[in-house]
Ligand binder design. Structure first.
Ligand SMILES: Nc1nc2c(c(=O)[nH]1)N[C@H]1C(S)=C(S)[C@@H](COP(=O)(O)O)O[C@H]1N2
Ligand SMILES: [Mo]
Length: 199
């Protein structure tokens, strides 16, 4: 018999307070994407940051895996209203990738294999807020969820977490990405329910 009572250590049931407005809880992991899952050979995989003056910082798959990784457990919120709590990931913090990047730009334009794009302020990628994630719940990230690697930026609606990510362009001017140019909010804070352009 355990010394501490079950109630003390037991998993807390998610409360409504854990969910942003208008969201419902799901236990499964829906797949949402605008096109087919691209096939990416790890020998060809690259992640490249282009700064606003045209300098490139690039990592191969082996170089990415050689960087220190983190194991964030985070809540994710899709604009189609599902949320998933306490998902666990492994990946490289964007802080590590940006360590030697010289930039004075404010805007990040994220690019994926297959052509998907999304935009967000550079500061939303830094200070422990975003990762290039390559493992999910202890397994290699499945292709349909963005493997080999996706952006994970859980404090914004999940469309900002670009699957099959391949790079980030740093820009002085903001430019809308795929969903942002189709009427979704430019920033997408789930706690302020910024779903569509004028929210
Ligand atoms: N490359 C790419 N990334 C993408 C998308 C996409 O269509 N293409 N869809 C976005 C949307 S709208 C959501 S909700 C999440 C879904 O991630 P999932 O399929 O792993 O649940 O991926 C985001 N990242
Ligand atoms: Mo989404």
């Amino acid at each position: 018999m355990s010394i501490v009572s079950r109630g003390f250590h037991g998993r807390r049931e998610p409360a409504a307070a854990d969910l942003p407005p208008g969201q419902y809880l799901t236990q499964d992991f829906p797949v949402l994407q605008a096109g087919p899952t691209p096939r990416i050979d790890l020998d060809d995989w690259r992640f490249t940051i282009n700064n606003e003056v045209g300098e490139k910082y690039s990592w191969t798959w082996r170089e990415l895996l050689a960087l220190p990784s983190e194991r964030p457990t985070v809540d994710i919120h899709c604009v189609t209203s599902w949320s998933k709590l306490k998902t666990s990931w492994q990946g490289v913090s964007l802080d590590s990738l940006f360590e030697d990047v010289e930039t004075a730009a404010d805007h990040a334009f994220v690019r994926s294999y297959g052509g998907y794009t999304t935009n967000l302020p550079l500061e939303d990628l830094l200070d422990g807020k975003a990762w290039i994630a390559y493992r999910f719940e202890g397994e290699d990230l499945p292709g349909e969820h963005g493997g080999p690697a996706r952006l994970l930026v859980p404090h914004l609606y999940f469309w900002k977490s670009a699957k099959w990510v391949t790079g980030i362009d740093l820009r002085n001017d903001d430019e809308p990405g795929f969903w942002e140019s189709l009427g979704y909010h430019n920033y997408g804070d789930p706690w302020r329910e910024q779903r569509y352009t004028d929210d």
